[in-house]
Design a protein around this ligand. Structure first.
Ligand SMILES: [Fe+2]
Length: 378
């Protein structure tokens, strides 16, 4: 056996550690910073202490919040052009903010165009042109520890800016930043982390290094998620989710994902849907097929979830019930039928994810399973 493991950036974990960011930024050598943040963080004044701290350390600070929803190549292009005038990019927010910030720091230039990298195949520079600090405020995507940055192109297809160079110089995991996350978003993002850990630990590309992180993440997320949904201020549960998301990010960074993400990305091509919700629905719908594969890796992942492989579908259904996840797509994402979903699953670039799962899934059957879960026939 042989396999590669990508590097994991330095990370700080613990409640309240956001306050260390300004001094760390100065230690990295930054004199100017662009904060790329979810707009609501700025609107609610939640960035004020960070901005004040950076200024107290002598840094000039600019702010970029011109994005919403899932990240798009147009967002990254605009952010990368703004990032050209600073030497540090600080990403703070959910996975969208972090993917935009990591990408912008990696392609910063006055005439940068994210499409060149995400669609055109232009290689990233060997060294990231700007320093980068990433601060997640959700626990789900694991973007902070991943080389993958997912963006929608102008046609709505999911694309990637990929490279270990996009990983930041520092990660700050402060669970206090996640306590205001509403229960539904906590559940959706937590399930995304759980599926990252599961798929990375069980697909064709899995390896013992990825499984080490993936199994740890499965335990952390499965045990803490219902508690964090029920009691949002439980800082211990929030911390477990944040660490779980981080370790799941490392797992997926090394081993990639599988069928649930193929379907999730295919769903998103029909209209806006939260990535965590779509992924959770696809995971639950395809588990009955997946457990019939009965590999050692699947059995080990089930053990990490405190159940047998046979009982895994019921275990996940019970977990999603405990987190009050409604099995429905939003009005913004209506899929005309299972055949349309299957066609999207087998279209590039989604096809690449379909192929990294165990076995050879029948896209038509998987798409029908999703529709059955949603209570629809098509
Ligand atoms: Fe995901």
């Amino acid at each position: 056996m042989s396999y590669d493991m990508g590097f994991v950036p330095p990370a700080l974990f613990g409640p309240g550690r956001l306050v260390e960011v300004p001094s760390r930024a100065k230690t990295l050598g930054a004199r100017t910073a662009l904060i790329i943040a979810d707009p609501f963080l700025a609107d609610a004044g939640l960035l004020d202490p960070l901005t004040a701290g950076l200024k107290a350390e002598g840094l000039d600070v600019d702010l970029f919040t011109e994005f919403s929803g899932e990240p798009k190549t147009t967002h990254v292009t605009a952010a990368a052009r703004r990032a050209d005038s600073v030497d540090l990019v600080i990403g703070i927010g959910g996975g969208s903010a972090l993917d935009i910030a990591k990408s912008a720091a990696s392609i910063a230039a006055p005439d940068a165009d994210a499409l060149d990298y995400a669609v055109g195949g232009k290689p990233l520079a060997a060294r990231r042109p700007r320093l980068a600090i990433m601060i997640p405020t959700t626990a789900g995507t694991g973007s902070e520890s991943s080389a993958t940055n997912i963006l929608s192109d102008p046609d709505g297809n999911k694309r990637w800016i990929w490279g270990h160079v996009t990983k930041p110089d520092l990660i700050v995991l402060d669970p206090e930043l996640t306590v205001s996350l509403p229960p539904a978003l906590t559940a959706w993002t937590g399930m995304d982390a759980l599926v990252h850990a599961f798929e990375a630990s069980t697909n064709r590309r899995t390896n013992p290094g990825g499984q080490l992180h993936g199994h740890h993440a499965l335990q952390l997320v499965a045990r803490a998620l219902p508690q964090a949904v029920a009691t949002p201020t439980d800082i211990e549960a929030r911390g477990a989710l944040m660490l779980g998301s981080f370790h799941a990010g490392i797992a997926i960074d090394n081993c990639n994902c599988a069928i649930a993400h193929n379907i999730s990305h295919a769903m998103a091509s029909f209209g806006p849907v939260h990535h965590g919700l779509a992924t959770a629905l696809a995971f639950e719908a395809t588990l009955p097929w997946l457990v019939t594969q009965d590999t050692a890796e699947l059995r080990a992942a089930a053990t990490a979830l405190d159940c047998s492989l046979t009982n895994l579908p019921q275990r996940i259904t019970a977990l999603m019930d405990a987190c009050n996840i409604v099995r429905a797509l939003p009005e913004t994402c209506q899929i005309p039928g299972s055949q349309a979903l299957a066609a999207a699953m087998t279209r590039e670039p989604n096809l690449g994810i379909l192929e990294v799962t165990v076995g050879a899934p029948d896209a038509q059957a998987m798409a029908r399973a999703v529709f059955e879960l949603l209570g629809e026939t098509a």
